[in-house]
Write a protein that binds this ligand. Sequence first.
Ligand SMILES: O=P(O)(O)OC[C@@]1(O)O[C@H](CO)[C@@H](O)[C@@H]1O
Length: 392
Amino acid sequence: MPETPSAPVLLGNEPGSFPHGVLAERHPAIVRQVRAAFPYGPEQRAALDTLLENCAAGVVEPLPDHAPDRDRWQRWGLARYAGRSWFDVPWLWSESYFYRRLLEAVGHFGTGPWQGIDPFRPAKLAELDAPETGRELDALDALEGRPADERARALLHGSLWGNRADLGFRLSAAGAGAGPDTQGLVADDSDALWALLPPSGTGTLCLVADNAGRELVPDLLLVTELLAQERIARAVLHVKPYPYYVSDATTADVVDAVRRIRAADGAAADHGRRLWAALTDGRLTIRAHPFSCAPLPYAEMPGDLREDFARAALTVLKGDLNYRRLVGDRLWPPTTAFADVTAYFPGPVAALRTLKSDVITGLAPDTVAALDDGGAGTWRTGGTHALIQFAP
Ligand SMILES: O=P(O)(O)OC[C@@]1(O)O[C@H](CO)[C@@H](O)[C@@H]1O
């Protein structure tokens, strides 16, 4: 395999760049949103005000000595980056640590009454109860009776475009949450992906989830269908061990989504019953590994997670953040082979992602030219384009 030349790690220190805008504008907006969404007491409100000022122009602060995960964060880079500007450390690290500091400010990891409270839960529940979610569940009725391949492919695309439902992203992408202004796929390796999920499949699918709500619902529908069609024997759903990136899914969000599907009418209710059964009989298990909230590329994943993915017939990573971590959050030339950049991954891997940040690999030269010249504007960050990429 040719040695893949490296590429620069994304930083947030270039005013006007997307990463800079996320740190300088999106994060303060998220702090204000969280502060307004809960009747936090004076202590949390003061801590949020301090974070608001710090995250936009200050330096990376260490975790308090009593933080339960302080040593882990020290190993993850806090020992190295504390004292440096948020804008001068790797963007992935800076952005990820912001969410850990936000949870610190609201007492999520403390021993007080706010312990374990998800600061993003109001927005997640509102999305789960939104009419759009109901319409998407009703659409399952149209799939009833269709050929199995057609049902599976339709649900794969439902899972893919469900990734547009990303609450943090909508804070800074005009109209991102608006109608289906999707422009289509910039890469589609789905045929190779289906070859690993034959109707007589006996393997395990690892699905590394991204957002809760309107992304997690189609993810769960896809898993249920793959189990029902016996394309897989088991599935492991990787979720976040605590709230992250505004809408990333936790176990509590999985339960909310399963209940939402079960409460629907028509075909969705059948999916809900099958989903509940798969969870209770162990064919579908949930995993909330600490590394899922790490500020690091997957190339640095710990051994137990590497073993999980090595044993899987296929690992599917959902969403933009997981894609960034998969390719090291580096600005590769867009035509760099996806398989070369993910050669470290211990098993077959696929990415289902709507493009919401600058990193991209695996595109054909004429696709890049068409996107750059075709007036597609912010095709890399606008959430209007998507990809299904696979590496054996
Ligand atoms: O992983 P997701 O939910 O698809 O997207 C995560 C995201 O909203 O956060 C980062 C920018 O803040 C980008 O990776 C992307 O815009």
